[in-house]
Design a protein. Structure first.
Length: 129
């Protein structure tokens, strides 16, 4: 049973190794040694949960997302990888401007594309986020 799920664990660490450029670290404090694996795996956990929720949403209401493969924009996928889904959301920018008195705060969000709106809806966040 453990061998069946081993590839999932390996996939998480493969993502971290292949996409995160990590240099060798020299740590001397025990707190740093204990915290380093937690920090390194946190991104993997967020990506795994995001991918799971998005894929489950696409399965329950059969649908597919267009435009995630960068080499083939018209192609639709029903099993999007977390990296591409999060990369599609990376273009969202929020600008917050406070006046000198601090009384007024202006917020501006870049307009969301159709793909970004659909990803947010499928993750359960909604566009009002």
């Amino acid at each position: 049973m453990c061998e069946r799920t081993a590839y999932r664990v390996e996939r998480i660490f493969n993502r971290r190794k292949s996409r995160g450029h990590l240099a060798p670290l020299f740590v001397t404090r025990h707190a740093h040694i204990e915290g380093l694996p937690y920090r390194l795996t946190r991104g993997g956990r967020v990506g795994t949960v995001t991918e799971f929720v998005l894929r489950r949403s696409l399965e329950t209401a059969p649908a597919s997302l267009p435009g995630l493969p960068p080499e083939n924009k018209p192609k639709r996928t029903d099993k999007p990888p977390a990296e591409r889904s999060l990369k599609a959301l990376a273009a969202i920018a929020l600008t917050i401007i406070k006046t000198a008195t601090g009384a007024d705060v202006l917020r501006r969000l870049t307009p969301l594309s159709g793909l970004q709106e659909e990803i947010l809806q499928r993750l359960g966040w909604g566009t009002a986020l």
